[in-house]
Design a binder for this molecule. Sequence first.
Ligand code: ADP
Ligand code: MG
Length: 735
Amino acid sequence: MNKAYSKEELSAALKNYFGFSGFKGLQEPVITNVLAGRDTFVIMPTGGGKSLCYQLPALISPGTAIVVSPLIALMKNQVDFLRSLSETEGIAHVLNSSLTKAEIKQVRSDVRSGVTKLLYVAPESLTKEENIEFLNRVTISFVAIDEAHCISEWGHDFRPEYRNLRKIIQRLGGNIPIIGLTATATPKVQEDILKNLGIQEATTFKASFNRPNLYYEIRPKTKSIDADITRFVKNNEGKSGIIYCLSRKRVEELAQTLQVNGIRAIPYHAGLDPKTRVKNQDMFLMEDAEVVVATIAFGMGIDKPDVRFVIHNDMPKSIESYYQETGRAGRDGGEGHCLAFYSYKDIEKLEKFMSGKPVAEQEIGLALLQDVVAFAETSISRRKFILHYFGEEFDNETGEGGDMDDNMRHPKKKHEAQDQLASLLNAVVQTHQKYKAKEVVHVMRGKVNALIKSHKTDAMSIFGAGSAHPSEYWMALIRQALVAGLLTKDIETYGVLKISSAGQAFLKSPSSFMMTEDHSYKDANDDVVVSGGGQIGAVADQTLFKLLKAERKTIADKLGLPPFVIFQDPSLEDMALKYPITIDELSNVHGVGEGKAKKYGASFVSLIDNYVTEHQILRPDDFVVKSTGSNSGLKLYIIQSVDRKLPLTDIAQAKGLAMDDFIKEMEAIVYSGTKLNIDYYLEDILDEDSQEELHDYFMEAQSDQVAPALEAFDGDFEEEEIRLYRIKFISDVAN
Ligand code: ADP
Ligand code: MG
């Protein structure tokens, strides 16, 4: 029934309707296939030009094309765009539940008369009986299913309504051609789409997912993440960027931190009212803001071509999400820096979020997360890893963008691992290919768990064959064998490892296999200066730290005070990290408020200033990252309430704080240099003698820690009493 179109006719239509002078990528063969009435499957990265693959054939075919898309906002954009191409308002319509009766009537009459070439429908509207009955009676050119990955539970955006599409399309009439389109699809998701849409025979067009201009980098997430992000943005001043955070709270917090540091940043999340959301989005598009800090609610359909960086404050929940979100950088082919902060703790948090969900969904979620972990920790080409994930071979020696990631720029040493690989593959074969990566590592290391016991694997000779290497080594080797195609992961069983034919060939005649050990971000995390609680973490600059301690001692002796009332250790550690050289900078150091900085800070900053000059130290940056004092409101409330002599228990209750947390807040207040007079409360719980005993103790003590105090008094005081008195002590003596 369809007319065949020549190349010239198609080019003319492209020019006429869209004003473009040539097709992009695979558009032309896709369009030809659609026009021939065949089922079509298109996999193209975002920005590849998928819409045109159905818009153009719809415009020149008889009848109306139905376009299914999950997002109403995107449908509206497209309809507006199509109307702008034509003189006929009715050329495109949206059919959804928000239309009035009159509007529905108009849509129907336009479709019936053949004016409407594209009818956009949300999947849930398509299931409505009255719509099915109506569509059943009109001429449909084809059905386009955008964001087709929504049909698969294995994708990153499963929509159960997509599952009904096949049945409904069948009811609309026999043999309506279907075109499915998606921007991300692992091999498993591709298979799901074809199967669920019933288009196994479809011609598949797959563009490369390689984005050669994007630079991928993962950094360990530490306590200094605010400073890390602020520095990165400052170093990229004037460039447009998106920062993704998991929670709304973090979005607000980080946007504020950036703002107080002089960066034009705006928050964006679904909790903002629609007006603010639109306003903020426009500010970003119009470049009134450089940076948008957002949850993943931001970005769908945003087509800003010159986004120069995408930062992930938290790792996303799948590689697909990571690819989509980072994909918003460098659309114009220019620079695009993709920086993600990784901490295994965040992965555990994501796992916890899933715990309420049905088991199968959890299993899928966990399997997707494990790939995120593997990606973060891998030491091989990140581009190769991502492309392998999407079923694409990539040679980073010759491929475009092959050296555009942190691992390739700063490669780790390679080791020969031929024997180890042989022994690993052997273990997979001998244990009958029934274990996931974690268990295979256990088998190599000789570690039992219930599953291994139940299979009696611990009695096999291979069990423990690799105990000479740590678990991380085996995990790295498994990941690299997967990417090399020697092992495969069975998706249906949530990640059971199987040996591939290439793996079998390797076992028959082993050859050299060079591997690198993966990153261990755990070590990096432990390096962080631990703030609060008086714990001592690793210190950035030991020499300076010692000098600062000596200075503190000198001053303490002069004033006849214990050293800790001057500055606590974590504060000195932070000074050895940030090198503050003015009182202003000093007041941004952990646990140091303005009052305290002014009172005791002078000799410290001059010491640091000399030290920095003498040792020609490049300070972390020529600016200091300021913090927002995010709970300054709470602190103010506490200070005012104590001033009014309200019972402490009432204050805690009013703010919904447990006593322990409340005491922590008060500690932070007095330690950073603000007075807090809680005498009125202490009088009720400690008699004069007890208070004197505690005072004498702290005057003599080497440290202000609670544990030694508890021990010294051998049970005479409760922990809470000691901490409350300590608040008075610090407040009286130090401030
Ligand atoms: P996708 O849906 O694959 O993410 P879109 O269909 O939104 O991509 O198209 C991305 C951009 O590419 C749009 O701005 C569109 O106008 C543009 N585009 C599409 N086809 C062409 C073409 N043949 N020539 C020039 N620009 C094109
Ligand atoms: Mg699209």
